[in-house]
Design a protein around this ligand. Structure first.
Ligand code: PXP
Length: 238
C-alpha cells in the first residue's frame, strides 16, 4: 500500500496572506500525523511565498514521520537542506511566475545543475526523489544520476476529462511507473490528486508514496468551517 505524504504548504499560504502567526503549518503537521500521515511534505520556495525557514527548522525538530522537503536545484536552498537534513528531498523545477509546480524536472536540459544538487544531497546522506513527467527518457536519466526515487507528475492525469483522455493518462502513468521500477528506483507520485481521482493512481503496481496537498487542505477548510464559525458566535454571544 502506498504511503501518504501530506503537503502543508497551503496552510503557510493562508498565514502569509497576513504575515501573522496563524495558521501554523507546524500545528498542521502534528494534526496530519494524528490523522495517519506517513510523511509531511513542504516546499521551501526560493521566494519563500509560503513555507519559511523557521517552519522547516521546527518541522525538523517536531515531525516524527518522514520529512520530505521539496526544493529547486538552486544552491541557496540545497545549502539549507544540507544543514537541516530532512529525511528526503524531492527536487522540482521552480519558476517565480508559476502558481504551483507546473511540470517535472527536465533532466536532459538541466543535467549539470541537477547532478550538482544530487551529489551534494547524497553526500549529506539525504534520500533523493526527482519529480518527473511520466516520460521514459527522463526516467532513464534519473537512474543514471543516482536518485533513489522518482515522483511521477500526475498533473496531466488530474486535468484530463473523465473517460478516454483520463484513461490514456493513467496508462501513460502506469507505463512510466513500470520503467521507474525496472530502473530499480522507488516509485512516488503526486500533484493534482483529489478525493475523486486518487484511487486509480493508488492502485498502480509498486507505488510507494503519494504526495497530496491542495485537496486535503481544501477539505480541511470545509469540514472545519462550521465549527470555527460556531465557536466565534459563542464568544460574541457570551
Ligand atoms: N508533489 C510535488 C512535487 C509538488 O510540487 C506538489 C505541489 O506542491 C505536490 C506533490 C502536491 O500537489 P497538490 O497540492 O496538487 O496535491
Amino acid at each position: 500500500m502506498a504511503k501518504l505524504g501530506v503537503n502543508i504548504d497551503h496552510v503557510a499560504t493562508v498565514r502569509q496572506a497576513r504575515r501573522t502567526n496563524e495558521p501554523d503549518p507546524v500545528w498542521a503537521a502534528a494534526l496530519a500525523e494524528l490523522g495517519g500521515a506517513d510523511a509531511i511534505t513542504v516546499h521551501l520556495r526560493e521566494d519563500r511565498r509560503h513555507i519559511q525557514d523557521r517552519d522547516l527548522e521546527l518541522l525538523k525538530r517536531t515531525v516524527t514521520v518522514k520529512l520530505n522537503l521539496e526544493l529547486s536545484c538552486s544552491s541557496e536552498v540545497v545549502d539549507i537542506a544540507c544543514q537541516v537534513l530532512p529525511d528526503q528531498v524531492t527536487l522540482v523545477p521552480e519558476r517565480r511566475e508559476e502558481v504551483t509546480t507546473e511540470g517535472g524536472l527536465d533532466l536532459l536540459a538541466q543535467r549539470q545543475v541537477a547532478t550538482r544538487a544530487i551529489q551534494r544531497l547524497r553526500a549529506a546522506g539525504i534520500e533523493i526523489s526527482l519529480f518527473l513527467d511520466p516520460d521514459l527518457d527522463q526516467i532513464a536519466a534519473a537512474a543514471d544520476l543516482g536518485a533513489h526515487a522518482v515522483e511521477l507528475h500526475t498533473g496531466q492525469y488530474a486535468l484530463a476529462p473523465a473517460g478516454d483522455p483520463r484513461d490514456a493518462q493513467l496508462c501513460t502513468l502506469a507505463n512510466a511507473a513500470a520503467a521507474v521500477r525496472h530502473a530499480g528506483l522507488t516509485l512516488h507520485a503526486g500533484h493534482g490528486l483529489t478525493y475523486r481521482n486518487v484511487q486509480p493512481v493508488a492502485a498502480i503496481e509498486g507505488l510507494c508514496e503519494l504526495n497530496i496537498g491542495h485537496s486535503i487542505v481544501s477539505r480541511a477548510l470545509m469540514v472545519g468551517f462550521q465549527a470555527a464559525v460556531r465557536e466565534m458566535k459563542q464568544l460574541i454571544d457570551r
